[in-house]
Design a protein around this ligand. Sequence first.
Ligand code: MN
Length: 218
Amino acid sequence: MYKYILQDLPYDYAALEPYFDEETMRLHHDKHHATYVANLNAAAEKHPEFFEKFGDDFSVAHAAKILGNVDAIPDDIRQTVINNGGGHVNHSFFWEILTPADGEEIRDPQGELLSAINETFGSVDDFRAKFADAAKSRFGSGWAWLVVNKDGALEVVSSPNQDTPLSRGQTPILALDVWEHAYYLKYRNVRPDYIAAFWHLVNWEKVGENYLSAIGSN
Ligand code: MN
């Protein structure tokens, strides 16, 4: 069976309140993310032999491997897989780098990631400003990312639609969805307020693990 699965959120729908509201989380996960998974499965059924080349577990990592090889995707489903495979992989990743807020505190990265951020961007505040700028200036729908690039260095990038940095040989370690569906119910048109709220929810422990994994030292 060619069946990617929508996993449950790693926390309750209301767990990210008041920054990300419960209704948005329900719609975002149960409707938007679910639709990407359904559309990806429909595409996979058209070319099972291609999908099997990447293994038979149909995990998120399986879809991520395919997105690292977009040129190999059959022509008639390539854009569908970029859009919906990207939607599945990006959202699965996004849920994992979020965690309930600690009161009103904005937490900071720790350990090796903290050192790398300071070295690359000057300070954590400078990094946050750069990331927020990428998120604000992404026109239309897309994502802001902190990635480890091909040189092993940290870089802030953004992407349109559901395009993932994995397709450009970059490894995401932090992400922010800036599609309107991610914020419009609570923040309406004010994307900067949503970005400001996001910093209360970053799971730096997970992002730090992503960093060590990306640079190959764990
Ligand atoms: Mn989304």
